[in-house]
Design a protein. Structure first.
Length: 178
């Protein structure tokens, strides 16, 4: 299975992806460390490093799927084109794809997370609150082909473990019925 995370920076998607990966024994590939590595290699920041990171993540995900394993792709996936990239990969690999979207219904909690956030990604700036607000404006509604794919939306103002439990139930629902 291909599991694609989606959500704004600071929404908790990476935390949830890590927990789901541990529970399902699934690999997790994250776009942010890949982009950081690209920048560390000396690629100019004015180059499309974000797009390059998505393409590298797709290549890694394809390799993992080739080996018959489940993969979780941790990325913002804010627009239809990014989401549809995962649909095309799943179709090429003939695997199921499901989306796990992380949203934080408490704007003050999200802001607190953004301000306190510090990940160890050299050369990749942490988004500030203003950038996250802009991302919210650019975060596209789920329309087109990705809207028809199984998706769960988790409110990350709830406890992490409750969200992980809901996600694991969603991701394993067919396996339980079989």
């Amino acid at each position: 299975m291909l599991i694609a995370m989606a959500g704004l920076p600071g929404s908790g998607k990476s935390t949830i992806a890590g927990h789901i990966g541990a529970r399902l024994r699934a690999a997790v590939v994250s776009v942010d460390p890949i982009e950081s590595a690209i920048l560390t290699a000396g690629i100019d920041v004015d180059q499309p490093t974000g797009l390059a990171a998505y393409l590298v993540a797709e290549t890694i995900a394809e390799s993992v799927l080739d080996s018959g394993q489940t993969i979780i792709v941790d990325a913002v996936n804010a627009v239809g084109a990014a989401r549809e990239e995962w649909l095309r990969l799943a179709a090429r690999q003939d695997v199921e794809v499901r989306f796990v979207e992380a949203v934080c219904s408490d704007p003050e909690l999200l802001r607190t997370r953004i301000v306190a956030r510090h990940r160890n990604h050299p050369h990749l700036d942490e988004p500030n609150w203003h950038a996250v607000e802009q991302s919210l404006d650019e975060y596209a509604e789920w329309t087109g082909p990705s809207a028809a794919v199984a998706r769960i939306t988790l409110d990350t103002s709830r406890p992490v473990e409750a969200n992980v439990e809901a996600a694991v139930r969603f991701l394993t629902a067919d396996a339980i019925r079989s």
